[in-house]
Write a protein that binds this ligand. Structure first.
Ligand code: NI
Length: 177
């Protein structure tokens, strides 16, 4: 079991477009297992490889609902792609890489996703509601997009400013010797 460090906005790794996975060996399986350990320890609803500083197209999600905390339903998706989307929903999102912010984001209500499993076999999945949001949020990460990029420019700028101020305040704190 390995818990990987999660990088935070504004780390530029988070804004890169990740490359497709082409090798399906033991290294990939071990990395996916570490991603799941990291997600469950966080805890979070989803984690994308760029968040642990690897720009490859792999995501893990934990679809357990809040009212069933001991029931973990995890899924690993390699090279996931949204092949169909319909309907609209507004969902309050946060992100393990975006500290101290939750905000409403417009998403599709239903999505169909094609992906590969850890052996490279093609799979598909349909999801709606919360699970559809998690999938859209995590797949965005693979294209260098964070949920704050879906906010209005003013809201996003307010967040960036608040982060800068926090950093400044922290830098001002007297050093402990
Ligand atoms: Ni995220």
């Amino acid at each position: 079991m390995a818990i990987l460090p999660i990088i935070k906005f504004p780390n530029p790794i988070l804004t890169r477009v990740s490359v497709p996975v082409t090798e399906f060996g033991p290294d990939l399986k071990e990395f996916a297992k570490d991603m799941l350990d990291t997600l469950i320890a966080a805890p979070g609803a989803g984690l994308a490889a760029p968040q642990v500083a690897r720009n490859i197209r792999l995501i893990v999600i934990d679809d357990s609902e809040i009212d069933e905390p001991h029931y973990v339903r995890t899924l690993t998706l390699v090279n996931p792609e949204i092949t169909a989307a319909e309907g609209k929903q507004v969902y309050k999102e946060g992100c393990l890489s975006v500290t101290d912010l939750e905000a409403n984001v417009n998403r599709s209500e239903r999505v169909e996703v094609s992906f590969l499993d850890l052996d490279g076999n093609p799979r598909t999945l349909s999801a709606e509601g919360r699970k559809a949001v998690i999938l859209q949020h995590e797949i965005d990460h693979l294209d260098g997009i964070l949920f704050i990029d879906h906010l209005s420019p003013l809201k996003r700028e307010m967040y960036v400013k608040s982060l800068r101020k926090k950093k400044k305040d922290k830098d001002k704190e007297p050093q402990k010797s």
